[in-house]
Design a protein around this ligand. Structure first.
Ligand SMILES: C[S@@+](CC[C@H](N)C(=O)[O-])C[C@H]1O[C@@H](n2cnc3c(N)ncnc32)[C@H](O)[C@@H]1O
Length: 401
């Protein structure tokens, strides 16, 4: 079982919504103005963001060598027409594989994110004139350029871990006339001497929100970040920093970003022993619903999940550190391994979730303190507590193959 394919995804793996215009029967590649118009028509560019996007062509921040993210791999983009079509579409553009090391498995490690995701995140950031912003993950420099266009160079700070990526971004920004404050380093660590910012945006996925990050944001400030955990592969969170330095706020829909380097989701645990088969009481495709994934992630901490779509629906694999594991595919029986009955715990958690009225992802939120983070439902006081691990009783469970 390989978690890497599920973990190392690129921002927004949804079909492009900008279709080639048809003029006199001949399809024409979309242009950048088409892309911006599409984002505006979808209500994603509120306030001054439309004119800001119009002023910053994405193509200026995309290098010649790029890849398209497919569900299971990255595909090299060959030729100017294909390059332009990708850059002017609402798709992520992969700009680095395998942290820049040659001969690797071809996993995307830097990209110019999906424009609609960028627009959503900047909208959630809710910046006002005169506010200082910190971005984590400069990548190609496109988001930094949008922020410079919106706020002015001096209010924008951006940190990138990879020196090669950082240098390329600095050059692209300078060529376009933008000079934000740039730093090469680990964005998880405080930026020395930065002082407090009003807004923080992470453009790489976090497994948790490091408290050290919050300490860089003034009370009343806003943090927008994609989170990805063992059980769920990506959701945006919008946190408001409180006077006591803690932060709390709602989840704001799905977002599949490549992870911050120190936050990569680990592979599944090792699984040993004979499987035990039983009929499924739950279609595994339901487990992938983001609302349920947030709920189950909080109830069953430490349980890792990966999935792949199948013609019938989905196949999922789940594991826990104690060797408990299960795999289930739509329309097939479930196989459980090791101690306990992990699939039954997931089904039990599903029934709890149903009893809660199957809340969608936006009804969940997150609170971060100096002691960690916890997910809540509907109100910050309604923290979702971990369920007790149910271990197997001897002789329980049907033998399988
Ligand atoms: C999706 S890309 C960012 C896209 C970027 N905002 C843009 O406009 O092109 C994520 C970036 O985060 C960077 N990154 C990963 N871990 C990091 C860390 N610990 N600190 C800073 N940057 C990091 C990656 O190298 C990658 O370039």
């Amino acid at each position: 079982m390989d978690a890497a394919a599920g973990a190392e995804a690129v921002a927004g793996r949804q079909p492009p919504s900008v279709l080639p215009a048809v003029v006199s029967g001949a399809p024409q590649a979309p242009t950048y103005p088409d892309l911006v118009r599409d984002l505006a028509d979808r209500g994603l560019l509120t306030g001054r963001w439309r004119e800001v996007f119009e002023a910053v062509p994405r193509s200026r921040f995309v290098p010649a060598e790029v890849w398209r993210q497919l569900p299971d791999r990255c595909e090299s983009v060959v030729g100017v027409d294909a390059w332009l079509a990708l850059v002017n579409s609402d798709e992520p553009v992969v700009t680095q594989l395998d942290d820049g090391a040659g001969g690797g498995p071809g996993v995307a490690t830097s990209s110019n994110s999906m424009p609609s995701m960028v627009a959503r995140m900047l909208g959630l950031l809710d910046v006002l004139d005169g506010q200082r912003v910190l971005e984590i993950g400069t990548g190609t420099g496109y988001v930094a350029a949008l922020l410079c266009e919106r706020l002015g160079d001096d209010l924008v700070h951006s940190v990138e871990l990879d020196p090669v990526v950082a240098r390329r971004a600095a050059e692209a920004l300078a060529r376009s006339g933008y000079r934000p404050h740039l730093r090469v380093g680990d964005g998880e660590q405080p930026w020395p001497g930065l002082g407090l910012v009003d807004r923080l945006i992470a453009t790489c996925a976090l497994r948790y929100v490091p408290y050290a990050l919050l300490r860089q944001v003034r009370p009343g400030g806003v943090v927008v970040a994609p989170l990805a955990r063992e059980f769920w592969s990506g959701a945006l969170v919008q946190l408001h920093v409180q006077d006591d330095g803690t932060a709390s706020g709602p989840f704001r829909g799905g977002a599949t970003y490549m992870p911050m380097r120190g936050h990569r989701v680990p592979d599944l645990h090792d699984v040993h022993g004979k499987g035990r088969a039983r009929a499924a009481g739950l279609d595994p495709a339901q487990v992938l619903d983001l609302g349920f994934a947030l709920y189950a992630g909080a109830r069953l901490p430490g349980v890792r999940l990966i999935h792949q779509n199948t013609d019938a629906g989905a196949q999922v694999w789940v594991t826990r550190e104690n060797g408990s594991a299960a795999t289930a595919a739509t329309g097939e029986e479930v196989w459980q391994y090791g101690p306990g009955f992990l699939w039954e715990e997931i089904e039990q958690t599903w029934w709890e979730y149903e009893t809660e009225g199957r809340p969608d992802a936006d009804q969940f939120g997150l609170t971060v303190t100096d002691r960690g983070q916890h997910v809540w439902l509907r109100d910050p006081s309604e923290v979702i507590r971990p369920a007790r691990v149910r271990l197997a009783r001897p002789g329980v469970g049907r033998p399988g193959g």
